[in-house]
Design a protein around this ligand. Structure first.
Ligand SMILES: Cc1cc2nc3c(=O)[nH]c(=O)nc-3n(C[C@H](O)[C@H](O)[C@H](O)COP(=O)(O)OP(=O)(O)OC[C@H]3O[C@@H](n4cnc5c(N)ncnc54)[C@H](O)[C@@H]3O)c2cc1C
Length: 510
């Protein structure tokens, strides 16, 4: 092994998943030098197939890849259908307020991640980022307190160095690079679960217009996802309590088959359909302990984005949204710092505040969502009651939200958080009850619920900005001295300087 002379970049991105490729594209589009180091050769398998509209119509429009995604033949997802909560009948959460008011952004896609991630990574290359696959990052380089680069192996096994003004860790949840940012990874007890998943060669579809929806079904041992990826491909996964670990790991095939039999709705959809047993979908996979956030999101010279920074339960398909949204926020910070219009502390504080806020909005939404489903006899569902969540978990949430709670009164204690989660769940349950009938195609009652409005709010902003550009309404900062997005969505600007007539850029040295 030999070490060659270090190369220099503005930004080195570790990992070419949705977070890494999005950030790389948005920074390279501003003519900065970006290197992406990806451990695998793409296409590679990844879980996380059900997307939200903000990724497609917001972030992917800004990176210029939305039209290519539209041509890729992914299943159109108009929303989610749930057998969850008080009613025995499934109900639907559609992205459009009603079929008559469905706009061009009221859908997302169900994607095979191997294809989706490759389209995004190739796009980053096309807009100017240097992308090197089969190049695992092995460590970081520091100069005093500051991260100044990384060491990695090239495809021939040689150790190399790349120096950068910022290293962005977008290496997902399994890599340990994030540990170099300091702080610690705080795992959630409340969302602690285990997922067991595989693929089936077809399966029934929901009646139109919901044929492309994700279907989530609560049952005694947990809940199932059922994602129509293509006519002959369905992703099926069970989320169960960690206590099932030995059953699941001992014989995953048998465990998945028996869980399916426990859930009549899923068993009926899959009746007579064989499991895929070859290729990238041939294995049954297990994931555990997957909700956490890092106490630090950045340090001088280094920023964590996507799963490297945080992840919360998959039931509302928020993973890729949070990953690409974080990439957009961090790219704005980097573009502003490289343009010299905002200093590191102000830029990265803005990044962290906004990302924490969006994460906490989903955390609250999901806690209320779990609270909706009642099953007195189920170990899984009893553990998902806010009443039973530990003080430590609630205190950790209060710490996470800190001063960036979502527009409502700031949370200061665990009991306040418990009460708020309960209230939001009641509000949510009422909204579902108010759907004129359970098969109603009007989403108005749901969209009136505070918790639903809150979870859609930032996503709508991101989409509006991507579509309207300069014509979008100026946003308001989320903290009194906070920054707002520039009209093109690529940087931060200081609203106080704009109103004082001092140009549109954020000042440095804040
Ligand atoms: C059970 C389950 C179900 C889920 N379902 C959904 C869903 O339906 N919808 C949804 O939106 N999300 C879902 N998710 C979440 C989703 O998988 C992630 O949030 C998303 O993939 C995060 O993207 P990322 O770019 O941060 O990380 P990743 O997609 O993990 O990408 C990280 C990349 O970094 C590379 N890498 C790792 N280490 C190194 C290294 N040392 N050097 C170089 N490269 C490296 C990896 O090879 C990988 O390509 C689910 C998650 C779980 C656990």
């Amino acid at each position: 092994m030999s070490t060659q002379t270090a190369e220099e970049f503005d930004v080195v991105v570790v990992g070419g998943g949705p977070a890494g490729s999005t950030l790389a594209a948005l920074v390279a589009m501003q003519q900065h030098r970006v290197l992406v180091l990806e451990k695998e050769a793409f296409p590679r398998y990844q879980i996380g197939e059900s997307l939200l509209p903000a990724t497609i119509h917001g972030v992917c429009r800004l990176t210029g890849v939305a039209d290519e995604l539209a041509k890729a033949g992914f299943t159109l997802k108009r929303g989610g259908t749930f057998r969850w909560g008080a009613s025995r009948e499934p109900w639907t959460f559609a992205f459009a307020v009603s079929p008559r008011m469905s706009g061009p952004t009221s859908f997302a896609y169900q994607v095979e991640r191997s294809k989706f991630d490759k389209i995004l990574l190739d796009n980053a290359r096309r807009v100017g980022a240097e992308v090197r696959e089969e190049c695992p990052v092995t460590g970081i380089i520091e100069d005093g307190d500051r991260v100044t680069g990384v060491t990695y192996s090239d495809p021939a096994g040689r150790t190399r160095q790349a120096l950068a003004k910022w290293v962005v860790d977008a290496s997902g949840n399994k890599s340990r690079i994030y540990q170099n940012a300091g702080g610690k990874r705080q795992y959630s007890d409340f969302f602690k679960s285990l997922a067991l998943f595989g693929y089936f060669a077809g399966g029934k579809r929901m009646p139109e217009p919901n044929g492309g929806n994700i279907y989530c079904v609560a049952f005694e041992s947990g809940w199932f996802w059922y994602i129509p990826l293509a006519g002959d491909l369905t992703s099926v996964g069970a989320v169960v309590s960690r206590e099932n670990a030995s059953r699941v790991q001992g014989d995953p095939e048998q465990a998945l088959a028996s869980l399916i039999q426990e859930c009549p709705e899923i068993a009926e959809l899959l009746e007579g359909v064989p499991r895929v047993t070859t290729g990238q979908y041939g294995q049954i996979r297990v994931r555990k302990d997957y909700s956490y956030y890092n106490t630090e999101f950045w340090r001088p010279g280094m920023i964590l984005i996507g799963d490297a920074a945080c992840f919360v339960d998959p039931v509302f398909s928020s993973g890729v949204h949070l990953a690409t949204y974080a990439a957009l926020l961090a790219a704005r910070s980097i573009n502003s710092m490289l343009a010299g219009t905002v200093d590191e502390k102000a830029a990265l504080r803005e990044y962290e505040n906004r990302y924490r806020r969006e994460y906490s909005v989903f955390y609250e939404f999901l806690t209320s969502f779990y609270e909706l489903h009642q099953d007195e006899d189920s170990y899984f569902w009893q553990a998902k009651k806010v009443t039973n969540s530990t003080r430590t978990e609630l205190e950790a949430f209060v710490d996470l939200v800190g001063g960036v709670s979502s527009g409502e009164s700031a949370l200061t204690d665990a009991e306040g958080a418990r009460q708020r989660f309960r209230d939001k769940s009641t509000d949510f349950a009422t909204a579902i009850g108010n759907l004129t009938d359970i098969n109603s195609s009007s989403m108005v009652p749901l969209f009136r619920a505070g918790v639903v409005k809150q979870v859609m709010e930032e996503s709508s902003q991101v989409q509006m900005r991507a579509i309207l550009g300069d014509e979008a309404e100026p946003e308001t900062p989320i903290t009194p001295d906070g920054l707002i997005a520039s009209p093109d969505g690529m940087r931060w600007i200081d609203p106080q300087r704009v109103s004082a007539g001092q140009g549109t850029e954020a000042g440095s040295g804040r």
